[in-house]
Design a protein around this ligand. Structure first.
Ligand code: ADP
Length: 169
């Protein structure tokens, strides 16, 4: 069985992530989407919340499993006996960072862990969790960026009425 891990912060998961998840799940027998518990970042959603959100957002994709991890990705992948990492590429700015991570993971795993990249669907090329958080924090419209139930949870975090996060006209 070919399994891959798609690691990330997913704070919050966006339609861009979900597009990568759907496409990767159609290539691999099993896709483990794993939320990185990064102690150096102050997230909007806790790891548990992000796991729950991802489970709900992907419940129609049977071969997707949601987990979380902390520490080195190579160590986590080894515990799951997985040899492929999935990442998404939006623009040239992602490339340098992703290339560095992919090469580091190959080195640390002594060539056992490879990274496969899915290029963004053009309609999501602009989309990032940071942008979504910023728009929502000012009460902007995040319809089209995240699933509705995620939008509601984000607005709740910022203490904004959900309608304010969506188009008011
Ligand atoms: P990070 O793990 O760097 O905090 P994210 O959790 O936001 O980043 O993203 C996880 C992965 O998904 C990264 O490979 C990122 O490039 C990719 N990604 C994020 N948004 C999109 C998008 N709109 N289209 C394609 N890939 C994306």
């Amino acid at each position: 069985m070919k399994t891959a891990i798609y690691p990330g912060s997913f704070d919050p998961v966006t339609y861009g992530h979900l597009d990568i998840i759907r496409r990767a799940a159609s290539v691999f027998d099993e896709l483990i989407v794993s939320v990185l518990d990064n102690v150096r970042k102050t997230p909007l959603f806790s790891v548990d919340e992000r796991v729950k959100i991802l489970k709900k957002a992907t419940m129609d994709i049977p071969n997707v499993k949601i987990e979380s991890f902390s520490g080195l990705l190579v160590d986590y992948a080894r515990t799951r006996d997985v040899h492929v990492i999935v990442r998404g590429l939006r623009a040239i700015t992602d490339f340098e960072y992703e290339l560095q991570n992919a090469q580091t993971n190959r080195l640390l795993s002594r060539g056992e862990l490879d990274t496969m990249f899915f290029t963004t669907s053009l309609e999501y090329a602009y989309l990032s969790s940071t942008t979504v958080r910023e728009i929502a924090s000012f009460g902007g419209d995040i319809t089209g960026c995240v699933p509705d139930f995620v939008g509601e949870m984000i607005c709740h975090k910022f203490g904004i009425q959900h309608e304010r996060c969506r188009n008011e006209q």
